[in-house]
Every structure is written in C-alpha cells, then in structure tokens.
Design a protein around this ligand. Sequence first.
Ligand code: BES
Ligand code: MN
Ligand code: ZN
Length: 495
Amino acid sequence: MNFELSPLSLAGACQDKSEALIVLVSEAFKPGKDAISLLIAHALAAKDLEFKAGQLLAAYRVPGVAAAKLWLVGAGQGTAAQIKTAMAAVMPQVKSAHIQSLTIVCAFPIEPQAVQAVVNTVGEGSYVYTTTQSKPKGRQLKRVHLGVLHANAALQQAFDTATATLVGVELAKEWANRPANHATPTALGLVAKSLAKGAKFSCDVLGPKEVAKLGMGSFMAVAQGSREPLRFIVLRYQGAAKTVAPVVLVGKGITFDTGGISIKPAPEMDEMKYDMGGAASVLGVFKALTLLTPAINVVGLIPACENMPDGQAVKPGDVVTSMSGQTIEILNTDAEGRLVLCDALTYAERFKPAAVIDIATLTGACVIALGGVRSGMFASDDALAQALHQAGEASLDLCWRMPLDEAYAEGLKSNFADVANVAGRAGGAVSAAKFLQRFAKAFPWAHLDIAGTAWKTGAAKGATGRPVGLLLHYLMAQAATTAAAKAPAARKVKA
Ligand code: BES
Ligand code: MN
Ligand code: ZN
C-alpha cells in the first residue's frame, strides 16, 4: 500500500483522480463554493449528515466530483479519537467496494495524532490475511492519499512515524495469525535474522544447547514436551552511542499453548497460536525501527517454544531451577508464560538496561479484568509507568496500570521450592506479574499483559498487532528526550 500526505482543499478534492473519496466533516467545517461543500451543506441542513463521529452518508457520481464514490463522514470536533471512530465506521464499506485508490480529505486543522489515527484505521480496515490461503485475494487498496488543509513538519513527521508503525503492526499481525505449524520457534528465529540485516542491527538465535549452557532451566522445562526445538532470540538495534543504556523488550514467544499436562479444554484452543503475540510485537517494533532509525538503543529478547503434553513433558509438582538460581515448583504447566519470561528477564540484566518491558499474552484473568480495550500494565517504576501510560493514550493503543502490592504474592508460596508458578484464581493477572517481578529487581521494569488486546474473537477473529503502536510511541519519545538532554550539553562544549 502506497500512502501519501499532502495539502488538499475541498475544491481540490473535487478534481481528485482516486476511485473514491472520504471527506471527514468536523464541526469546524466551513463551506466553500465547490460541489463537495455544497453537498455537505445540504446534507447537514437536511440532517442526512451529522457531525457526530462515525455518521455516514454515501454518494455516487456526484456532479462536479471526479471520484465515482464519495463518503461524507462525521468527525465530531476532529479529535484523534473521533477521527479514529469516523474512519473505523467507513472502512468496512471501502473494503467491500474493492477500491484500489482512495483519497481521504481532512478539510479542517488537525493534530499530528489525528494523522496517525487515519493511517492506523486505513491499515486496519483494509488488512487481509493471505499466507495460508490457496487462492489469496489480498489487499485491494493500493494507493491512499491523505489530504490535509495545511501540511507542516509536525504532521509529516507524525505521518512518517505512523506509516512505519503500520508496517510493524502488520508484521506482528502476520506472525500472530500464522498457524503454529508455520510459525514455529525456528521460523521466528529466521524472521528475526531477516530483520537484522542493516548496519545498526544484529541478531543471535540460540538453540537448546546454548540455552542449557546459560542455565535457563525454567524456559527449558516448558520446551521439553515439544518436538520443535526452542529458540532464544536476541535482537539488537544500536541507534545511539554504545554508552547509552538500552531499552530491553522481552516478548513471550509460546508458538502454541496447549497447556501442557495441565491441558486446556478443546473449545477455542486453536487461538493459542497467538500466544506468541508478545514476541510478534517485538518483531514488529524492530521492523519499524529499520524504517525509523531513532537515536536510541533497543534490545529485543524472545524465548520461543511450544507448550505441549508428552511423555517427556514437565509435570505438575516438578521443581526446576531458573537462570537466576531461584527454584520454581511448577504446580500448573499451563502457567508457562512466566516460566519462559523469568529466564529472559534474568538474561536482560547483562545489558544494564535503562528499562525492561516484557510483553505477554499472559493471563485469562487479564482478559476478564480489562477485556480488549486496554492492555494490563504493571510497573515497578512510576516514571516508566507514566511514560507507558502516556504512550498508550497518544497512540490510541491503550493500557491501564494495575497494582503490585506484596500481598498479591502470598499465594505463590511453595513448600518445595523458592516460589510456585501459580497462586489462586483470584487476582490471577496480578499474581502472574508478582511472579515476574521476582526476576526483574535489577532494573526499572514494566510488564504488559496483552492477552485481551492482541487478539480479536468472533467475526473479526485475528491478531490486532497491539501493542506495537504503544511501544513505538514510547521508544520515539525516549529518543526525543535523549536528544533534548544532549542538545544543551553540546552547545556548552562549543561555547
Ligand atoms: N496463554 C495463556 C493465557 C491466555 C488465556 C492468553 C486466554 C490469551 C487468552 C497462559 O499461558 C495461561 O494459560 N494462563 C493461565 C494461567 C493459570 C493456569 C494460572 C490462565 O490464564 O488460565
Ligand atoms: Mn498457558
Ligand atoms: Zn500461554
């Protein structure tokens, strides 16, 4: 999909050569003398169109308008959230109209965030999964033009970041959607390698022998019931000086979660192919980094394996020794995410990180708590929590901070090891986070539970690519603050 941003008035839009036009109509609408303005003015007067975000009016071959298809869409006051609502309302019609070229006109002043909202929703609304279909139709939309009243540097920058983010989101979706017989740990390792071809990137993919040498007894316990060999993926991006502490992203990479010996019920078990959604989001972020090349350092860690029942599988009651030296009693083999993540968190210490963020489809309890609207966010550090919250709001990829009171760790006590891998059902998303926190003491740490947000069930069943938007927003903000902190010092040296 070829996406472009440029200035465009309603009069200009009348001449536009695209097959279809979407005109967003906010309360700031000022009619000109062109055909579209007249149509909007009439429709508003007749109450056939309202400013309310998502109100739609479709028109066809309007005299004075070159595009055959035209949608007028209410956009409220024109906030980013309202523009998202408006675009999400019209995109199903665009998708079923089989259009190849589309122009979207925002004939009122907009914020950079609104540009990002348009790019996201057009991407989301035109996405088609094809990989494992024998006669794929693919995405119809080839050219999209976003016309704004006045183009400026801030809008252009937001646009460039948004289009790169979209590429990352789509890579994350692709891998989370692929079935587990295609998206194996080995395959994820190969994707990571392919992302690290550029000068500022590097990638190591460790196999069972190397992981055993590192002493990742907890990760290995999860993988031991599977015929697919595990992979531990280490991605590095160096966009700043070596001395700048990196942000480490850790993605849960369970390519299929049967539950193991504590096996899951059959209904919807197929969806556990997206249990590597955290890993997919890390790959998506790295894809976008190859396009954005911000001045920061980022490390991506992905423990990838299957969780299978087998004669050699780990059993309830087994005690394993993690890389940190802590022993873990595995009371429930279905609580495997925390078992692969804890060793990756210990491995992260060697990077002396500025922050570590793990991203995981960790608990059904988080789905119950927050549904598909906000990811659960846990943080040992208030500044990090605030930065992630803000990144979520700004990217419209929302999260919500959850508690980490010590009392939530009570249920993790074990008579046979340092810690058990499960507590009771109550507060399950929090006790999972408390388990991880034991392995994340050496750095500011946050945990994103994306079990509810990385996937949609029902008719729109499939991956969402979340939280790639949130993470990239956070990283780009880090790059901006690092640059701002450096600038005055550089000036001092010169003077
Ligand atoms: N991958 C699941 C969590 C999950 C559930 C993700 C539903 C997406 C949708 C995780 O490995 C798991 O099985 N968690 C258990 C933990 C329990 C055994 C303490 C759960 O949430 O039921
Ligand atoms: Mn599980
Ligand atoms: Zn899982």
